[in-house]
Design a protein around this ligand. Structure first.
Ligand code: ATP
Ligand code: MG
Length: 473
């Protein structure tokens, strides 16, 4: 048997307020089982409860043992591919906390694009803060903008206010891109006397939250900044999945099925569905796998060519001739290397993907074919063939959905654990599910790069087996 403490490799130390401030722990007041409206006194609870999480508890990051580098493939985590145990901090309520709940003002902010489950997370953060005994909880409207736009007012939050917000999609607090300098945001946090900031957002938002955390440390402020990753694309490193992804894949089925019906019912029909995924093709891959109706799946991680032998268009022609129709699922960022880059950025500094239909060369236009079915038709006309292309972009319908059952549960656990993390005194962390366990990770680790589909992974190969598509290069 392995020893619990000795033989594992510690991974990802979490930044804690006590690293930089003189803060003392107090017994928790979190009542794991509330009794009606009575808030239980933590001193009575602590001796009876064994279900607090200890700061030394760890979850194993990966549970697989490879026999050789060949079988490990890209998964290999050390040069010899020997067994490396990496342990990360378990999330959950601590016996000792670093904030007195009655003195806490907590704020929640949501940034970036919409994602199913945002309201579920907001709701659970509010519920859990109340169970700890926090009296002042506010929502910052419209992302980081709410910190500096004088026309926007804080939204008071309570169980009563958020009780039913999970029944609809979107963000109850509103969201936005772009924003002020980190210094201005921290000025605003200080002026509002916020002690805990819960930040829901993607990579950009996490980078912002980490900068806020660092600025708070520089100013020696006793403020905890805790993130909950929001990315419908599932592109955050290390995590099994992020909330909203399951719902997105499920909703995408409806679009794919419609594309199939349109294609199947038309003479030489092609059903084309564009799904989210600027740089990671997880939604397109999983939706293609689960629907079973997709003949061609194109993702940003796997280059392809359109024209000529072994190109996508030749394969579509083959599919139409052999079975009468074709269904294509394209991730938003697929084939970017074929497109003339507009070199533009949005309000948050994200690269704007090539979408212009005004380009003149045949090559750049066909490369955008996920946005311009006209080019597929034109191609077939040129080679004396006919195809009837139906194009579906369900992006905004998917983003605006409410979370499905499995995402709602994920959101519940993440929201609750975010609050536990803040009370435990951590700051500059994010919460996630790794290897089926709920854990805390330093923000810096999850935003080091974008998580992408590995073209050599078994999952992508399963997808290719399912669609039956060739290698388009
Ligand atoms: P999505 O997945 O929808 O793109 P996101 O969180 O990445 O979500 P962004 O619009 O990129 O969304 O960023 C959200 C907020 O984070 C914006 O207000 C932006 O100003 C801020 N932000 C982005 N990158 C940084 C950064 N490197 N440092 C500080 N703030 C940032
Ligand atoms: Mg972003």
């Amino acid at each position: 048997k392995k020893h619990y403490q000795e033989e594992f490799e510690e991974k990802f130390d979490l930044p804690h307020l006590k690293d930089v401030l003189d803060v003392q722990p107090i017994p928790t007041t979190f009542a794991l089982k509330s009794r009606g409206s009575q808030v239980l006194d933590g001193t009575n609870l602590s001796t009876k409860r064994s279900d607090y999480v200890d700061n030394d508890d760890r979850a194993l990051l990966k549970v697989i043992k490879y026999s050789s580098p060949t079988s490990a493939g890209a998964e290999c985590i050390d040069p010899d591919c020997s067994w490396v145990e990496q342990w990360v901090h378990r999330a959950g309520p601590r016996k000792q906390i670093f904030f007195d709940p009655k003195d806490v003002k907590a704020a929640i902010v949501t940034c970036g694009g919409l994602c199913p489950g945002l309201n579920d997370v907001i709701r659970q953060i509010v519920f859990t803060l109340e169970i700890y005994g926090v009296g002042e909880i506010v929502g910052i409207p419209f992302g980081y903008r709410g910190f500096f736009d004088g026309n926007l007012q804080e939204i008071p939050l309570s169980r009563h206010v958020v009780q039913n917000i999970n029944l609809s999609g979107g963000s109850f607090l509103g969201t936005s891109r772009g924003g002020a300098s980190v210094g201005d945001i921290v000025d605003s946090i200080e002026a509002r006397e916020i002690d805990m900031l819960f930040v829901l957002g993607g990579n950009g938002t996490h980078a912002g939250a980490n900068a806020i955390h660092n600025e708070c440390r520089r100013r020696k402020l006793r403020i905890s900044v805790v993130c909950v990753p929001k990315t419908i694309d599932n592109d955050i490193l290390l995590m099994d999945k992020t909330f909203g992804f399951d719902t997105a894949v499920e909703e995408a089925q409806r679009a794919i099925n419609s594309a199939y019906i349109e294609a199947r019912s038309a003479y030489h029909g092609v059903g084309l569905v564009k799904l989210m995924g600027r740089s990671s093709g997880f939604i397109a891959m999983y939706a293609s796998l689960s629907s079973g109706q997709v003949d061609v799946c194109l993702i940003p991680e796997v280059p392809f060519k359109l024209d000529g032998p072994f190109g996508v268009l030749e394969h579509l022609e083959h599919l139409i001739k052999s079975k009468g129709y074709a269904v294509v699922c394209v991730a938003e960022g697929a084939g970017q290397e074929l497109i003339e880059k507009p070199d533009a950025k949005d309000a948050s500094g994200n690269v704007v993907l090539g979408t212009s239909a005004s380009t003149s060369s045949r090559r750049s236009c066909t490369a955008e074919f996920c946005l311009a079915p006209i080019w597929i038709k034109r191609h077939f006309k040129e080679v004396g063939f006919f195809a009837d292309v139906k194009y579906i972009d369900p992006t905004y319908m998917i983003r605006a959905c409410r979370a499905n059952a499995s995402d709602a549960i994920l959101c519940t656990v993440l929201g609750q654990n975010a609050v536990h993390g803040a009370f435990a005194g951590f700051s500059g962390i994010t919460v996630g599910i790794c290897n089926t366990h709920y854990v805390y990770l330093p923000i810096t680790e999850v935003i080091a790069s974008t998580r992408q589909v590995d073209p050599k992974s078994r999952m992508w190969h399963r997808c290719l087996t399912s669609t039956g598509q060739p290698d388009f290069m």
